[in-house]
Design a protein around this ligand. Structure first.
Ligand code: CDP
Length: 211
């Protein structure tokens, strides 16, 4: 099969990760959750008692990132959510992570999900998807995940966290969250994971048929 790149972007908890994993399995492609890269940088800054908004510190930690860091089990906490959004607005951090993301797809193609994959990281991607859902639907999904992880939180705290991060991600100067002009937009508010996958797989098959 042709080595293709599938770029998936969208706001927090929109279902990008679930969809990306299923597409990667179905089309036999490696998968990179690029949010983890920003989460690792944030985690490293916090571990060293640093300020995630400090550009010099965060950029230093981004340059030192290794593949094994992505395996850490402490990257999906509410504290890291906010710190990841803070380091993600720093241009030096984004520049340091760009090569890692591009190199990932070099040999076998890839599915990548994030905020700027279709606009900045892979503007020439074969398929671009922008996944959305209403804030309430996304908050309910993330709250259920947090409960499954036994993280003590409330629906309204989760909702506030998502709204704050979306706002920061959309309005930042460096690689703001937005759909690429040629992205397929998929609103999953009223869609289960199977329907979202079926719609996305159709677009991928159309791109493959075009060669
Ligand atoms: O899983 P969730 O949607 O909550 O977030 P994530 O994809 O793990 O991303 C965490 C944070 O990293 C986001 O709020 C963004 O600020 C940032 N991020 C980014 O700026 N660019 C990316 N390609 C991926 C994530």
């Amino acid at each position: 099969m042709k080595r293709i790149v599938i770029a998936i972007d969208g706001p927090a908890a929109s279902g990008k990760g679930t969809l990306a994993r299923r597409l990667a399995a179905a089309f036999n492609l490696p998968y990179l959750d690029t949010g983890l890269l920003y989460r690792v940088v944030a985690r490293r800054v916090l571990d060293h008692g640093g300020d995630p908004a400090d550009a010099i510190t965060a950029t230093r930690h981004a340059r030192g990132l290794g593949r094994l860091d992505l395996e850490r089990g402490d990257l999906r906490t509410p504290e890291v959510d906010l710190a990841a959004s803070a380091v993600a607005s720093i241009p030096g951090v984004r520049a340091a992570l760009l090569d890692f993301q591009r190199a990932f797809a070099l040999h076998a193609g890839a599915v990548l999900d994030g905020r700027d994959i279709g606009t900045i990281v892979f503007p020439e991607a074969d398929v671009k998807l922008f996944i959305t859902a209403t804030l309430d639907v996304r908050a309910a999904r993330r709250f259920a995940e947090r409960q499954a992880q036994h993280v003590a939180t409330t629906l309204s705290a989760v909702r506030d966290d998502l709204a704050a991060r979306d706002d920061a991600d959309r309005t930042r100067k460096a690689a703001p969250l937005r759909p690429a002009d040629d992205a397929h937009i998929l609103d999953t508010s009223c869609m289960d994971a199977n329907r979202a996958f079926a719609a996305a797989a159709d677009w991928v098959n159309q791109a493959l048929a075009k060669g």
